[in-house]
Design a protein around this ligand. Structure first.
Ligand SMILES: C[S@@+](CC[C@H](N)C(=O)[O-])C[C@H]1O[C@@H](n2cnc3c(N)ncnc32)[C@H](O)[C@@H]1O
Length: 262
């Protein structure tokens, strides 16, 4: 481990790499080189915890963020309020499957047999999400390649109890100023064009508008957004006709998750 630290790795990261690849000197060497070149630790290790799941990850998908773990808490609370015994859930832009697969697992632990539709525009992300579902023995999932709601089975319109999403919401301008480590992640998972005069707002605006028709009569949309987009998501949700909407704030006091109930 001392050798890896001397080569430039932080002690904590060196320990992780040794735990992961310590039995195979060539693999340890290759992993150290990748990390020293700036590749995110999560991709180098190839898996990472998200809530109760150990998710396989690579450069095909966004690395799930700790704040998205909080979105799962919000979604669980909202579903509990709805009291359904077999809810139908849509994970829009599922990436690695972090949100939807966590919901399936944790609802299952509470005796609730949810079904999940995991949707993404990226076939590569869907392959990663499917592998994670298999890894964790989660079978009540269907995977759909779609540009948001565009190719979703029309018979599902008006049937979802919960729609969750952590869509791209970083503007082009913000993207050019991001830390270099974020450049390893798929650009299409992060960047959205501007809309309604708000940077990075186009996917959020579209999801808020279109989700309304796909929710059941008391269904709820739980949507992560950027900390400067709180006012715009509230305004878009009111315009779209949701009966009740509010934002959930992060520990820094920023609005980060829209909850909009039909
Ligand atoms: C910020 S990532 C979120 C991934 C995962 N849900 C998470 O929280 O870790 C956004 C995801 O949306 C997908 N995406 C981007 N544009 C899309 C579109 N037009 N239709 C469907 N999915 C899209 C990306 O491929 C990416 O997987």
């Amino acid at each position: 481990m001392a050798r890896l630290v001397a080569a430039g790795l932080e002690r904590r990261e060196a320990r992780w790499l040794v735990e992961e690849f310590g039995d195979d000197p060539d693999a340890l060497e290759a992993a150290t080189c990748r990390r020293l070149k700036g590749e995110p630790l999560q991709y180098v290790i190839g898996h990472w915890p998200f809530r109760n799941l150990d998710l396989d990850l690579d450069e095909r998908v966004l690395i799930p963020r700790p704040e998205t773990e909080e979105l799962v808490d919000v979604a669980l609370q909202e579903l509990a309020a709805g009291n359904q015994s077999a809810p139908l859930v849509l994970d829009l832009g599922c990436g690695s499957g972090a949100i939807g697969l966590s919901l399936l697992t944790e609802l299952g632990e509470r005796g609730i047999r949810a079904s999940l539709v995991a949707l993404d525009a990226s076939l590569e992300a869907l392959a990663n999400a499917r592998a994670n579902a298999l890894k964790h023995g989660l079978h009540a999932v269907s995977f759909v390649e779609s540009d948001w709601f565009g190719s979703l089975d029309p018979t599902l319109r008006g049937r979802f109890d919960l729609i969750v999403a952590n869509p791209p919401y970083v503007s082009e301008d913000e993207f050019t100023h991001l830390e270099p480590v974020l450049r390893y992640e798929p650009r299409d998972a992060l960047v959205a064009s501007d809309a309604n005069g708000v940077g990075g707002f186009s996917d959020l605006a579209r999801i808020i508008r279109e989700a309304f028709d796909w929710l059941g009569p008391t269904g709820v949309l739980v949507l992560e957004h950027g900390d400067l987009q709180g006012e715009a998501v509230q305004c878009a949700a009111k315009t779209a006709g949701y009966r009740e909407c509010h934002d959930v704030f992060d520990i820094a006091g920023h609005p980060r998750v829209l909850v909009a109930r039909k």
